[in-house]
Design a protein around this ligand. Structure first.
Ligand SMILES: Cc1cc2nc3c(=O)[nH]c(=O)nc-3n(C[C@H](O)[C@H](O)[C@H](O)COP(=O)(O)OP(=O)(O)OC[C@H]3O[C@@H](n4cnc5c(N)ncnc54)[C@H](O)[C@@H]3O)c2cc1C
Length: 348
């Protein structure tokens, strides 16, 4: 049996542990957190990620627990529809549900170690599935691979009320963004983002919420009523970090998956999806052949696509949170909406 230490038991780490061949590998998952996430949030699962979930054997359970994210109106800051940006087949799933289902899919033979890993295991393959501030990446790839702080703050949560019939979608204002999407059980998943100096770590949620209410107050009724309903206990607030290009996803006896490899801005809703695809790709290659060849093939297969998405996500942030360019952006999007056949507008 060959030893694999997976540092991080989040989405990427659990998906990998669920898919590795227990007849060939002695797997240990090291996880810092002992409790599931306290605040409920949703994740968009695109079709490619759904194929990874199918391979793990939990797609139908994820779909049953999820909501339909497929129809999305893109609106300006006043709520007028700029265009209909549909993403057919995209499922919105609660992070807690996804983690629970992945956890159940991990074979009983996988060992669990709780606590923060500070020193990397000395033998066997070490997998960095430990997120954007990965200790594996910092130890093996060096200080230049440290995560980079973006100027943006993101808040999100779920409220116990349905999306209003004409209020769903993503609102792009001048330097600010607000999203309203359905969550399971007839609830609403909301998120907001804008430039802020709060944090960078340990962002005060109450302060962030006050700032957010001030940012969005009085422009759109649906946003006002959501922000009136949210509480610090049901809100997650954090600065956005990204990971620089590491050159390769494997080095010596270590390999990176998920945000540890390609932490990206959240604006395309792809980070967790790519984490799942990384995990299944790496597990299938490791199950099929010698470790060194599997690591090379994994880097080759995953580097280009995930780095392209990382760059595209950064471009998307600049577009969604445009400041000086906002009037031009809106005019172009409105033209694109007209070319679609004239998107109906709530504010018109
Ligand atoms: C606002 C926002 C919205 C998003 N929306 C979407 C979306 O709609 N769709 C989507 O696909 N993605 C989305 N993402 C991205 C997604 O959250 C991440 O890409 C995903 O969580 C990455 O999973 P991961 O397992 O690689 O890392 P993480 O989820 O960060 O998990 C890492 C795990 O490692 C553990 N860990 C860390 N360090 C150590 C250590 N030293 N020792 C032991 N354990 C450790 C942590 O406790 C954690 O459990 C969003 C992100 C943000 C910020």
């Amino acid at each position: 049996m060959e030893a694999i230490s997976v540092v991080g038991g989040g989405i990427a780490g659990l998906a990998l542990a669920a898919r590795l061949d227990p007849g060939r590998f002695r797997v240990t998952v090291h996880e810092a957190r002992e409790e599931p996430p306290r605040v409920e949030t949703s994740l968009a699962m695109w079709p490619e990620a759904q194929r990874a979930l199918e391979k793990i054997g939990i797609l139908s359970a994820v779909a049953a627990a999820g909501a339909d994210f497929g129809r999305m109106a893109l609106r300006d800051g006043s709520g007028a529809v700029l265009l209909e940006a549909g993403a057919p087949g995209v499922i919105g799933v609660s992070r807690a549900d996804l983690l629970r289902l992945l956890d159940v899919a991990v074979p009983g033979s996988v060992a669990r170690a709780y606590g923060t890993v500070a020193t990397l295991p000395a033998s066997g393959l070490v997998v960095g599935a430990d997120g954007v501030h990965s200790v594996v990446r910092r130890n093996v790839w060096g200080a230049r691979a440290r995560a980079r702080l973006s100027p943006y703050l993101a808040l999100r949560g779920i409220i116990e009320a349905p999306v209003s019939p004409d209020g769903g979608g993503e609102y792009w204002g001048r330097g600010q963004l607000f999203g309203i999407l359905p969550a399971s059980g007839g609830r609403t998943y909301w998120y907001a983002s804008y430039r802020s100096a709060l944090g960078p770590s340990g962002v005060d949620v109450e302060e962030a919420l006050e700032l957010t209410r001030a940012h969005f107050r009085g422009r759109v009724g649906d946003i006002d009523s959501i922000l009136a309903a949210v509480t610090p206990e049901t809100t997650l607030a954090q600065r956005i970090w990204t990971v620089p290009y590491p050159g390769s996803y494997h080095r010596g006896g270590a390999v990176l998956v998920g945000d540890a490899a390609h932490g990206m801005a959240p604006n395309l809703g792809r980070g967790a999806c790519e984490a799942l695809i990384d995990a299944v790709t790496l597990a299938d290659l490791l199950n099929a052949g010698p470790v060194p060849a599997a690591l090379q093939a994994y880097s080759r297969r995953r580097l280009l696509r995930s780095q392209a998405l990382r760059l595209a996500s950064s471009a998307m942030v600049r577009l969604a949170l445009a400041e000086q360019a906002q009037p031009l952006r809106d005019r172009l999007l409105r033209l694109a909406g007209k070319a679609q056949g004239g998107a109906p507008s709530k504010a018109e």
